[in-house]
Every structure is written in C-alpha cells, then in structure tokens.
Design a binder for this molecule. Structure first.
Ligand SMILES: [Cu+2]
Length: 270
C-alpha cells in the first residue's frame, strides 16, 4: 500500500513539473532589457523553488513508502526535532527575504527609480493613459510637449474628448487623443496612468509591466521597447461587465513611421 501511494505522489510531482521544464504555455518573449532581467530573476526563483519542491515531494513519497502504516504493525511516530524545525524556519525566512531584496530594484525600475541608461524624465516621450469602462484613452502632448489642463465639464466621449482636455488653453490646443498607443523603437517612454471611473489595470505582457489605474491617483511606468511589433494592452483588473473587451494595442514602430503617424494625428485635432 505504501509503495503504491509513494508512486502516486512521485507520479503527480513529475507530471506537474513537465509544463515548467518544457515551458509549454509560457510567457511571450520580453521586448525590453529590463523585461529580460526580470525573466532572469523569475527563472532563478523558479529554479530554486523547483528544486525545493522536487526534494520535498521526493521525501514525502519516501516517507509514505518507508513509514506508511502496515496492517500488521502500529504506525511509527515521531516527536519532532526542535533543531531541524529551527533550521528550516530560518532557511525559509532567509530565502523569502533574500528574494524580496533581490527583486526590489527591478520592481522599482519599472516604476519610479531611474533606469540605467534611460533618458531623464524631460527628454522622454510621455503618454497619458486613462482607463475607462471599457476603453483605453491615450493622450500625446503634441508639438509643445505639454499636456493641457483638463476639466470634468468638458468631458465628451462623442466629441473625441473623453478626458475633458481644455482646447481653449495653449497647452491643450494641440493635445492628441488616440485609442491605440504608438511609440518609436528604442525610445524612452513614460506612461502616466489615470482612471476615469473604477479600478483598471494597464498590462502589456511583453513589457513585463503592469499597474493599476486608480481614480484620483496618478501612476507611472517607464519602458524602452527594443523590438518592433504589435502588442496587446489588456485591462488586468475586473472592472465591470465589459472588462473582457477592454483591450488596446501598443505598436512599436520605426522612428520614421512614428513621426509620420504623429504628424497625421495632429491634423485631426480640432
Ligand atoms: Cu478595465
């Protein structure tokens, strides 16, 4: 009986390990330098926890096999070992604190601390993203590189003014509103995140960044994409009945293509 149970434990363990080892249903390839660093940290963590998982399941199967209750003898018992308890409690604490310290700077670099080799804030392409049930509104500052003031009374979805940009103000006259994000490849981009109604979450899997958009708060993300392509922007926070269709796209394009596009968009501003 014990042998059979041990085989079941080991069998389940091996079956569970297969998708991780073969990396089936894995993450899409990262398109930023920091994204690849995050993947490195992820794989390191996975390796560490994976080895511990396999050892623990191996030991579990062995214990079941060796000390499982046999019909003709009483179950063996153990009174524990304080030294061993102390040892693995400390070990687990060290492991988790270590991983948190190890991952902190990468986490912070996607949000608020300066990324290595990234341009200072004033030299970046700044895009304001406002989540709304169930669309993403992207605002580009236009030629003057300044976002105009907004006014809640000016919000008019039908007139392409979903965030209420005050067009009468100099800063707001040339602001561009679009529904999909376009950035030049290798450009330093800063995303300013807002919400118009409820919690949403801005998530681009290939950038390895995501952040909630919170009504009344301004979030910040920064990235530099180094591979051209079209990537999905999904809302990753259940925000209502239409949450499933709250999707947009990030287009990473060449500088020439971006310049031509932004010029074309500016012509639509009225
Ligand atoms: Cu949403």
């Amino acid at each position: 009986m014990g042998v059979l149970l041990a085989i079941v434990v080991w069998g389940i363990t091996l079956a569970l390990s297969i998708p991780f080892v073969t990396q089936t249903w894995w993450m899409p390839e990262a398109i930023t330098e920091l994204g690849r660093e995050i993947d490195g940290a992820f794989n390191f963590t996975l390796l560490g926890t994976g080895v511990i998982f396999l050892l623990a399941q191996g030991a579990l199967g062995y214990t079941v096999w060796k000390y499982g209750r046999h019909s003709d003898q009483p179950a063996s018992s153990s009174h524990g070992n304080n030294f061993l308890e102390f040892l693995w409690t400390c070990g687990a604490t060290l492991l988790f604190v270590g991983l948190a310290v190890f991952g902190y700077s990468m986490w912070a670099e996607t949000r608020f601390i300066e990324q290595k080799s990234m341009a200072p804030s004033e030299d970046r392409l700044i895009i304001e993203v406002t989540g709304q049930q169930f669309v993403w509104n992207m605002r580009y500052p236009g030629n003057d590189n300044q976002f105009g003031p907004t006014d809640i009374n000016l919000i008019d979805d039908a007139a392409s003014n979903p965030v209420g940009v005050d067009r009468s103000q100099p800063g707001g006259a040339d602001d561009i509103m679009v529904s999909e994000m376009r950035v030049p490849v290798n450009a330093d981009v800063e995303v300013v995140l807002k919400s118009k109604d409820v919690l949403h979450n801005f998530f681009v899997p290939e950038l390895r960044i995501k952040l909630d958009t919170v009504p009344g708060l301004v979030g910040k993300l920064q990235f530099r994409a180094d591979r051209e392509g079209r990537y999905e922007i999904v809302c990753s926070e259940l925000c209502g009945l239409g949450h499933y269709k709250m999707v947009s796209f990030l287009h990473v394009v060449s500088q020439e293509e971006y310049d031509a596009w932004i010029k074309e968009q500016a012509e639509f501003v009225f």
